[in-house]
Ligand binder design. Structure first.
Ligand code: FAD
Length: 565
């Protein structure tokens, strides 16, 4: 319950660390990034050639940064702000100065090793994130069906919660070879990973998360499935994921993406912002002191792309919101795929029809969050009667679902994420204003903590987001439904363009939508690196033989292919 990884099979220090190495495409992006030979070279005749990078989120900025280092000239287009779904905002008023709220990504697993490479590169620090029942969390309250339980560790919860945790461990072992796969991932045993995963993909692509639970002996009890859905594991209730493909959930649990989370001190948006300004020490073609910022007019990206079409010589022509028209030999597209169906006017000829189908079928999770600034971390005050914290990190079946308490020390203003929700639970907030949302949330929490007056500690206006309502996003992150494996595979492998008809090459998909682990920033980074390899190859470049790239090893590790008929 405290963690995604069932306690019975949690790792010991003697084992190699778990990373997001596969299972679909077991390529060591972390080793690739750490290698002194770098990510590859392009012929000198191509130095300075422009490449359009659409989207200034993490994926676009990583891709642009690496292409710049290779001597190409990335031209970044961004409709909203650099950072995309790494969006850190402040609060109004001097009292709340310095406080921040993470509207998108807020917690990162140590298994995100490619992401960590860039966090370290720009000198950002991380610290443990206060998830339910995590070590860094002073206390957690689980409130279900009107009954609250206070816990500092999982052992403080009633037996039924431990039964549910055991059911989950047994169910994963029984239906998904959990410990075998976890071990193979740790050992980077590619043949073993592929052997286990090939069977599971075939067996489970049609299965929902909920169907997987129902079919397991361990989860025969409806009551157990209900508790599991409401309080879940790791980051909280996962019932909003129940309709998704079980393969999506397995990718997360095998790689411990939902565990041991850390937050970025000062906010995650600093990562793409710092990369934008960073002047790499090792750079081809450009003088030292060059940065992405310095390659752009006014040190700012170009505005939103409004039109994409193919022109003679297999070029891709990009029109932006200022009416500027520019033609490129290579374009990387990192925004959410639905943008290509609505906000951007596109030629059908940009992609093969099967790729268009895959983009049209993309399924997004909705997600809403609301944060308020408070005068101090009052939740650590002790209840006189019980001696317990007066308020705790809270998981509930009420409207708020997950409440997170975020402080920087006892005597400083602090922040409460009153509610973080997904899917139907997020849609329930959609028509409400920030203040209306806050009132409903405070009422819900008031029922759990009748003695605590949260309102009297609030020092500023709430900040809120519903990602499904954001014009340049239209959803929080992709989540494949049953039967989507083939679509996912088409999109992920799109960077291997030698396999595409010649008139369909030159535009590369990257970003969260293309990743096998959408909703985790690691996938935004690794798909960016695939696209970088694809662009390098497109320009006639190659990697150093001692550091083969994802495309060089593709045939050995290509994702399992399911038949179309
Ligand atoms: C609510 C939420 C919680 C999350 N939690 C976590 C977490 O805890 N841990 C974790 O690892 N990950 C988390 N993620 C996922 C993580 O935020 C993403 O994987 C990552 O930020 C995606 O980066 P990206 O560059 O692929 O896409 P984006 O960040 O979406 O970047 C795409 C960019 O394209 C821009 N754009 C759109 N249309 C156009 C256009 N027409 N022209 C030009 N630009 C355009 C957008 O403005 C955007 O900036 C979360 C995401 C959300 C939404």
């Amino acid at each position: 319950m405290t963690s995604t990884v069932p306690t019975a099979i949690q790792h010991t220090d003697a084992q190699p660390p778990i990373t997001m190495f596969g299972p679909d495409f077991p390529y060591a992006y972390d080793d690739f990034l750490a290698h002194p030979a770098g990510l590859g070279q392009i012929p000198a005749t191509e130095h300075g050639a422009e490449v359009a990078v659409i989207g200034g989120g993490l994926s676009g900025i990583v891709a642009a940064y690496e292409l710049m280092k290779m001597g190409l000239k990335p031209v970044v287009y961004e409709a909203d702000q650099i950072g995309g779904r790494l969006r850190t905002v402040g609060f109004d008023g001097p009292e709340a100065e310095g406080l921040t709220a993470e509207m998108g990504a807020m917690r990162f697993p140590p298994s995100s090793t490619a992401l960590q490479h860039y966090i370290d590169l720009v000198g950002l620090k991380t610290r443990p994130f206060p998830n339910p029942l995590a070590e860094a969390t002073p206390s957690t309250v689980v409130d279900l069906k009107g009954e609250s339980h206070y816990a500092e560790t999982v052992d403080d919860l009633p037996q039924v919660y431990r039964d549910v945790a055991k059911a989950w461990a047994d169910c994963l072992e029984e239906g998904a070879d959990f410990s075998d796969m976890n071990r193979a991932l740790r050992e980077r045993d590619v043949p073993r990973i592929r052997e286990i995963w090939a069977k599971l993909v075939e067996k489970l692509d049609n299965q929902t998360f909920y169907g997987f639970l129902c079919e397991s002996e361990a989860f025969k009890s409806f009551r157990h499935r209900e508790i599991f859905g409401q309080v879940g594991f790791g980051t909280g209730g996962w019932d909003t994921d129940f309709p998704n493909s079980i393969l999506e959930i397995l990718r997360v649990v095998y790689t411990e993406a939902d565990d041991h989370h850390r937050g970025i001190v000062g906010g995650s948006q600093q990562l793409p912002l710092r990369l934008w300004e960073r002047e790499p020490q090792k750079i081809t073609h450009w003088p030292l002191g060059t940065s992405l910022a310095s390659l752009h007019d006014n040190r700012a990206p170009k505005p939103a792309v409004t039109r994409l079409h193919r022109t003679a010589g297999n070029r891709v022509t990009v029109t932006d919101a200022n009416g500027d028209i520019r033609t490129y030999r290579a374009v990387i597209f990192t925004a959410q795929s639905w943008m290509l169906l609505s906000k951007i006017e596109c030629d059908d000829s940009l992609f093969p029809i099967d790729h268009w189908t895959a983009m049209e079928r993309t399924h997004y999770m909705e997600s809403s969050k609301l944060f308020v600034p408070v005068d101090r971390p009052f939740w650590l005050d002790k209840d006189e009667e019980t001696g317990r914290d007066v308020m705790s990190m809270t998981l509930t079946d009420r409207m708020t679902r997950g409440t997170y308490l975020l402080d920087d020390g006892p005597d400083k203003p602090a922040v409460i994420c009153l509610s973080y929700t997904w899917c139907d639970d997020s849609l329930k907030w959609l028509p409400l204003s920030a203040n209306e949302r806050m009132e409903v949330m405070l009422d819900s929490l008031g029922k759990i903590y009748p003695k605590v007056d949260i309102r009297k500690h609030i020092i500023g206006n709430p900040v809120t987001v519903s990602w499904e309502n954001e014009p340049y996003f239209m959803g929080a992150f992709k989540a494949n439904l049953p039967g989507h494996y083939r679509y996912q595979r088409r999109l992920f492998t799109h960077f291997m363009q030698d396999r595409l008809p010649e008139d369909k090459r030159g535009i590369f998909l990257a970003g969260d939508d293309i990743s096998w682990t959408a909703g985790w920033a690691e996938g935004a980074v690794t798909t960016a690196l695939n696209a970088v390899w694809g662009v390098m190859h497109h320009f006639g470049g190659e990697t150093d033989p001692t550091n083969p790239g994802p495309g060089d090893l593709y045939d050995e590790i290509a994702p399992v292919e399911l038949p179309e008929d």
